[in-house]
Write a new protein. Structure first.
Length: 131
C-alpha cells in the first residue's frame, strides 16, 4: 500500500508541476493526489457538455479526447496526453463553454469540486463559496 501510494504520487505529481493555478506546496499536492479519481474512458463518452456546471477538472493520461463546440458541431482541439483540461471554468466559476468527447479508450484523472474545496479547507481552514 505504501509503495502504491509513492508510485501514484510520482506518476501524478507531474500534473501539478506545470499547473500554475495550484501553488507548489508539497503538502497540498500530496493531498490533492490522494483525491485524484482515475477513470477508464470509452469511445463516444461525453465527459461534459456546453453549459454544464463544472464539477471536476481533468488530467489526461491516455487515449484521444476532442474538445468541440456542440452548437456549431466544430472540433476545436484534441487534448494531448498529460494535459489538464476543464480547469478554466472550474476555477473561474463559469459554465462549460465547450463539450468534451472521448474518441477512443483511454484514462483520465479528475478532481471533484467538493474534494478540492475540502482539501483546501482541511489545510488552510478557509471556506470557499459554491458558485
Amino acid at each position: 500500500n505504501k509503495l502504491r501510494k509513492e508510485l501514484n504520487f510520482f506518476l501524478h505529481s507531474k500534473f501539478f508541476s506545470n499547473f500554475k493555478l495550484i501553488p507548489k506546496m508539497p503538502k497540498l499536492i500530496n493531498l490533492l493526489i490522494e483525491k485524484l479519481e482515475e477513470d477508464i474512458i470509452y469511445p463516444k463518452e461525453i465527459l461534459y457538455k456546453e453549459k454544464d456546471i463544472p464539477n471536476h477538472f481533468f488530467f489526461h493520461l491516455e487515449g484521444k479526447i476532442n474538445i468541440y463546440f456542440e452548437h456549431i458541431d466544430l472540433i476545436v482541439s484534441r487534448v494531448k496526453n498529460s494535459a489538464i483540461f476543464g480547469q478554466v471554468e472550474f476555477f473561474g466559476g463559469f459554465i462549460r463553454r465547450s463539450s468534451v468527447e472521448c474518441v477512443e479508450y483511454g484514462k483520465i484523472c479528475k478532481i471533484s469540486n467538493q474534494n478540492f474545496k475540502s482539501t483546501l479547507k482541511s489545510l488552510y481552514d478557509i471556506s470557499i463559496e459554491d458558485y
